[in-house]
Design a binder for this molecule. Structure first.
Ligand SMILES: *[C@@H]1O[C@H](CO)[C@@H](O)[C@H](O)[C@H]1NC(C)=O
Ligand SMILES: *[C@@H]1O[C@H](CO)[C@@H](O)[C@H](O)[C@H]1NC(C)=O
Ligand SMILES: *[C@@H]1O[C@H](CO)[C@@H](O)[C@H](O)[C@H]1NC(C)=O
Ligand SMILES: *[C@@H]1O[C@H](CO)[C@@H](O)[C@H](O)[C@H]1NC(C)=O
Ligand SMILES: *[C@@H]1O[C@H](CO)[C@@H](O)[C@H](O)[C@H]1NC(C)=O
Length: 454
């Protein structure tokens, strides 16, 4: 199960394709927008806060990711789900009681160094803070009660301090992830290395209090999204008033600012938890890529979770697909989706999720305890594609049914398509297993290359 070898390969470079979104389309988007959401057209790389390209280095730093068993059935770890999800308030219990099953979800770990100390971190493109658990942390349960450290199931960590001390003025991180997990602790500055690249003096958190459904492997998380999603607050304690929030430069932004790489990274993850590759500053090598169907799409600025800074700067890696194809039907509603490696399933608007799940044979049924649909483990899944710039990105039928995620009572298997309630909607690992995802921050583009068969 554990693969920790470094992965080297020749990277192939893809030339950027211009894929403009017209103002006409934007008008249409705004008229279809869910309540409270408006779209603004990004102004190319100028619109990117604190990102500049100072290097002509063409060598990507490539790191093989480690697939790991997760402590919960699915992960919806990105902050994405935080304020938007509806289904959780309906169900009320989140995913917290799913942990008793012996099935496992997919998570990806990346070997990292914190002031030179080795620590395995979860890779999350749906959040921005980087943290590791402190040796003397307090594990808390869902209700906030103190429980033994073991119950949080972190991997080993020898991280104990910040090489460069606390932030000035003193600040702390408080974050609640989409699945209800919470992490807090003091913030300071340390050198963080991933894929043989080091950010000097990165602002990070030494978590001293966590409600966490761990996997026994990772001891923290590496957040790859933009500054507007960081969660630092002035002072100590676990206060998290918007008024005391202070945005900072997260890991990837710092890496680019410090001139270590070009403002781009890419990710391939392989189905069945077999492996994944992160390439910082370039394109990840992968098998089964169909470059003739590459697309390039604008990264969208849109406020999906009610964080003020997210209305005028980049937050999540967000795109607007043309729609979905399933079972000879095409839905062309234009809605933003987050590209998020920290989320296992794809989360679609309720009607569409219901329609696709009904197209399985036998039809899948919604189980609120999991916030997901389940069907016979040998069901025939419909042919499903998400349409990106006119190109159908097929979801391999293998990814449409999670045969290792079985509800112990009914014996049914979880499907790959879930309802995202009122949003935000997410292209999670189910999609990412079928494409090379290129986060081309310098050009304000998300680029994809299909790889549904490999
Ligand atoms: C982590 O280890 C504990 C104790 O060994 C075990 O009970 C638990 O099931 C493990 N969790 C995972 C996700 O492997
Ligand atoms: C999860 O917890 C809720 C509330 O405690 C309970 O109603 C539900 O039956 C539980 N689900 C499972 C699968 O145990
Ligand atoms: C965690 O660190 C904060 C400083 O940010 C401190 O105020 C708090 O008491 C610590 N909590 C625990 C449980 O150690
Ligand atoms: C990391 O960089 C060092 C120094 O440049 C080099 O010696 C080493 O081989 C690199 N390691 C990997 C795994 O690339
Ligand atoms: C993934 O799992 C499916 C069914 O569980 C199997 O048919 C397929 O061969 C596996 N693929 C890989 C790449 O291991």
């Amino acid at each position: 199960m554990m693969i920790s070898a470094w992965w080297w390969a020749l990277a192939c470079y893809i030339s950027a394709v211009e894929g403009r979104v017209t103002s006409h389309l934007y008008r249409q988007l705004n008229s279809n927008a869910p309540p409270g959401i408006t779209y603004t057209l990004p102004k190319g790389s100028n619109a990117l806060i604190s990102v500049k390209s100072t290097t002509s280095s063409s060598k990507p730093y490539i790191q093989k990711l480690e697939p790991i068993r997760s402590g919960s059935l699915t992960n919806k770890r990105s902050v994405a789900a935080l304020l938007g999800t509806h289904q959780r308030s309906v169900g009320g219990v989140g995913y917290s009681n799913v942990t008793t099953t012996n099935a496992y979800g997919t998570q990806y770990a990346t070997e990292s160094f914190w002031d030179g100390i080795k620590v395995k971190l979860l890779l999350d493109t749906g959040s921005s803070d980087t943290w590791a658990v402190a040796k003397s942390f307090q594990c808390i349960d869902y209700a906030g009660g103190f429980i033994p450290q073991d119950a949080c199931s972190f991997g080993p960590s020898a991280v104990e301090k910040f090489q460069y001390g606390r932030t000035e003025p003193v600040s702390h991180m408080y974050i609640q992830y989409g699945d209800g997990e919470t992490v807090s602790g003091p913030m300071g500055f340390s050198d963080i290395s991933v894929g043989n690249l080091t950010v000097n003096r990165q602002q990070v958190c030494l978590a001293n209090s966590t409600y966490w459904l761990g996997n026994n492997v990772t001891s923290g998380l590496l957040g790859m999204a933009f500054p507007s999603l960081t969660n630092a607050y002035l002072g100590d304690g676990d206060d998290h008033e918007m008024g005391s929030a202070i945005q900072y430069s997260p890991f990837f932004t710092s890496l680019v600012e410090q001139g270590k790489i070009d403002p781009i990274f890419s990710l391939t993850i392989d189905r069945n938890s077999s492996s994944g590759i992160l390439a910082l500053g370039g394109i990840a090598p992968a098998t089964g890529l169909d470059f003739t169907r590459e697309v390039s799409m604008d990264m969208i600025i849109t406020n999906l979770i009610g964080v003020p800074a997210a209305s005028y700067s980049y937050s999540f890696y967000t795109i607007i697909p043309d729609g979905w194809y399933y079972d000879h039907t095409t839905s062309t509603k234009k809605i933003p989706y987050i590209v998020d490696s920290g989320t296992t399933l794809c989360y679609l608007p309720p009607n569409l999720a219901e329609a696709i799940n009904s197209a399985y044979s036998p039809p899948a049924v919604y189980m609120w305890m999991y916030g997901a649909y389940f069907t016979d483990c040998n069901a025939v899944s419909p042919l499903v594609a998400v349409i990106l710039n006119g190109i159908k990105y097929w979801i391999n039928p293998q990814d449409m049914i999670y045969r290792n995620m079985v509800d112990p009572i009914s014996g049914l298997c979880m499907t790959g398509i879930a309802s995202g309630g009122a949003g935000p909607y997410i292209l999670g690992d189910v999609f990412m297993q079928n494409a090379l995802s290129i986060f081309d921050i310098g050009q304000a583009k998300m680029r994809f290359v299909p790889r549904d068969k490999y």
